[in-house]
Design a protein around this ligand. Structure first.
Ligand code: ZN
Length: 168
């Protein structure tokens, strides 16, 4: 770990410094190489936790965008069905509707299945980290937001299935 330069906050002044330097270049405090290696290690984990949490939150956002696309496709299907979109437009509209429905469905189901794995992986990798790092607090908040965004999805799926079953 020490052979590779990594960065961490100086224990004395909090400035971000390289782990290979014997002294902090900002406050000139001596840096214990072992403590530096540990701190740099932690910093790397915190950075990874931030990236992973941000990615999970984006995926949760994409999931609901995909859901909105499905609603749009359903609305379009209805308009085609009741002949508001007719003639030449209808063929193109039907192709577009089919494409939107397909993309929306694949993206929604895909993200819905993947998100729990992302959350479990985040928890097992970074859940035990103890730090006052502001970035890590934000990462934890992103994890919570991801969970809250994911939770309604299976309920929505269950509702849709219920509606389709009761119709047939
Ligand atoms: Zn310092």
């Amino acid at each position: 770990m020490l052979s590779q330069e990594s960065f961490f906050p100086c224990p004395t002044c909090g400035s971000i410094i390289g782990s290979s330097a014997p002294r902090c270049k900002y406050c000139n405090a001596g840096v214990d190489p072992q403590a530096a290696a540990l701190a740099a290690n932690l910093q790397q984990e915190v950075n990874a936790a931030c990236d992973d949490a941000r990615m999970a939150r984006s995926a949760a956002g994409i999931m609901w965008i995909a859901f909105a696309i499905q609603v749009l496709a359903a609305a379009m299907g209805l308009l085609i069905f009741i002949h508001i979109l007719v003639g030449v437009v209808a063929v193109r509209a039907m192709a577009m509707q089919f494409l939107l429905a397909l993309i929306g469905q694949l993206a929604f189901i895909g993200t819905m299945v993947v998100l729990p794995f992302m959350l479990i992986r985040w928890q097992s990798r970074y859940g035990r980290i103890k730090t006052n790092d502001v970035d890590f607090k934000r990462a934890r908040r992103n994890r919570n937001i991801t969970l809250l965004l994911w939770l309604p999805a299976p309920i929505v799926i269950a509702l849709v299935f219920y509606i389709f079953r009761s119709r047939s």
